[in-house]
Design a protein. Structure first.
Length: 371
């Protein structure tokens, strides 16, 4: 039985990857951070009580800033495959906490690689690094592929650029099976609530149910190549099953704007929107309502506004990936479209909003967390 170790197992990708590997028959180990509240919501459904007989899923307390802890866990687990998904993954937050972001995202990757080498596992343990389309930043070529030059535009992207190169360096220096997946944005109902797609689907659902009145966003013109996390974790595993380690771009090769994603999400909740005004004055108002999900809004309501506090000091305006290499060498193609993903995300957030609305209707106080 193969053993896999996942950093970032409590995150969006970590949770889907853990499910995927358990289904493939792996023994799966995950590193979770200590938090003052439970932070395992995304993996609670696959949690196994360590008192059970023959558990297949194990959690270890740890942190990418702590080398001795990482070395001990890797030594205990002796993994065949390591998936380094742990990161301070929010681009906007990386401008607020650049040093911490570098410590976790850049140095954390080095700590993992060095622990594998130090323990003499460099010929046994295969290593996957969660690289990112943010490396392309100010794009030098469209669409972006494996050979496109990088131009990172945030402390997050610069830290991930170090991680990208140190992974290649360990591959070339020590013959490690180590590779980078250069993944474009991927989302799901499990996406963190402060990334733009989930912020939109969650707010639209809450507004439709009368729990919120307005969604404030930053740059609506930005274009992204959005795929589904389930498709992308499958590719993370495929990359570690080849004869030789290589780096791959993973994307859908279709891009839409933030504004289009708002319109699409609202439509899913039965709300037709019209955008009016320009720049920081741009807003969206309701022009029609269909079905029963949007009882909390009326025609004419303004439910989306621009707030400059969500602008970034340096923006990545457009990203569009070319996954030809992944298709030709690994036979990988994304199966879920952005439209299907949006339908799933809005349905999931509407379900939660309806439960909250019901509680509110029965007199319970319901607080909606926001950033
Ligand atoms: P999430 O933000 O959902 O998950 C990040 C995970 O990293 C969480 O489990 C988090 O723990 C953990 N983590 C954060 N800081 C530390 C630390 N100091 N030590 C150990 N673990 C830590 O990200 P995603 O699942 O979306 O992304 C997975 C990886 O892929 C990340 O590295 C991200 O940068 C990268 N990536 C993501 C893309 C995307 O579109 N989703 C695209 C390209 C790359 P906790 O739950 O406690 O916060
Ligand atoms: P990104 O994702 O920065 O691409 O990084 P995010 O969803 O945060 O932003 C996408 C684009 O939307 C614009 N935007 C807003 N973003 C947020 N979060 N909140 C807003 O209110 C808002 N309004 C407009 C942003 O400016 C940006 O251009 C994600 C992360 O998962 C990274 O870890 C990963 O490496 C990349 O995707 C690929």
């Amino acid at each position: 039985m193969k053993k896999a170790l996942i950093t970032g197992v409590t995150g969006q990708d970590g949770s889907y990857l853990a499910e995927f590997l358990l289904e493939k028959g792996y023994e799966v180990h995950g590193i979770k951070r200590r938090a003052s509240l439970f932070n395992t919501e995304r993996i609670d459904h696959i949690y196994e009580d360590p008192h059970n007989e023959n558990p297949k899923f194990f959690l270890h307390y740890g942190d990418l800033t702590d080398s001795s802890n990482l070395t001990r866990i890797i030594s205990e687990v002796q993994p065949d495959e390591v998936y380094n998904l742990g990161a301070q993954s929010h681009v906007a937050v990386s401008f607020e906490a650049p040093e911490y972001t570098a410590d976790v995202d850049a140095m954390g990757t080095l700590r993992m690689l060095e622990a594998i080498r130090f323990l003499g596992l460099e010929k046994k343990t295969r290593f996957y690094q969660a690289s990112t389309s943010e490396l392309y930043g100010l794009v030098q070529e469209t669409p972006q592929k494996e050979t496109t030059p990088f131009y990172p535009r945030s402390p997050y992207a610069v830290a991930k650029m170090y991680a990208y190169w140190i992974t290649i360096n360990y591959r070339e220096s020590y013959g490690m099976y180590a590779c980078n997946g250069i993944l474009f944005n991927h989302e799901s109902p499990r996406r963190g609530e402060t990334f733009v797609t989930r912020k939109i689907t969650r707010a639209i659902a809450n507004i439709a149910q009368g729990l919120e009145s307005c969604l404030f966003l930053g740059n609506l013109d930005v274009l992204r190549d959005w795929g589904h996390a389930k498709d992308y974790v499958r590719m993370q595993w495929m990359m570690l099953q080849q004869e030789n380690p290589e780096d791959f771009v993973i994307a859908t090769s279709k891009q839409i704007s933030v504004r289009e994603f708002v319109t699409m999400s609202a439509k899913e909740a039965g709300i037709t929107l019209e955008f009016i005004g320009e720049g920081v004055k741009e807003q969206a108002r309701v022009t029609a309502i269909e079905g029963n999900d949007a009882s909390g809004v009326q025609v004419g309501d303004v439910i989306v506004k621009v707030d400059p506090r969500y602008f970034r000091p340096a923006e990545v305006e457009t990203l569009l990936g070319d996954p030809t290499k992944a298709k030709e060498k690994l036979g990988w193609v994304p199966e879920i479209t952005v439209e299907e993903m949006c339908t799933e995300m809005v349905a999931s957030d509407l379900d939660k909003a309806k439960r909250h609305a019901l509680l509110k209707h029965h007199g319970y106080s319901v607080a909606v967390a926001k950033e």
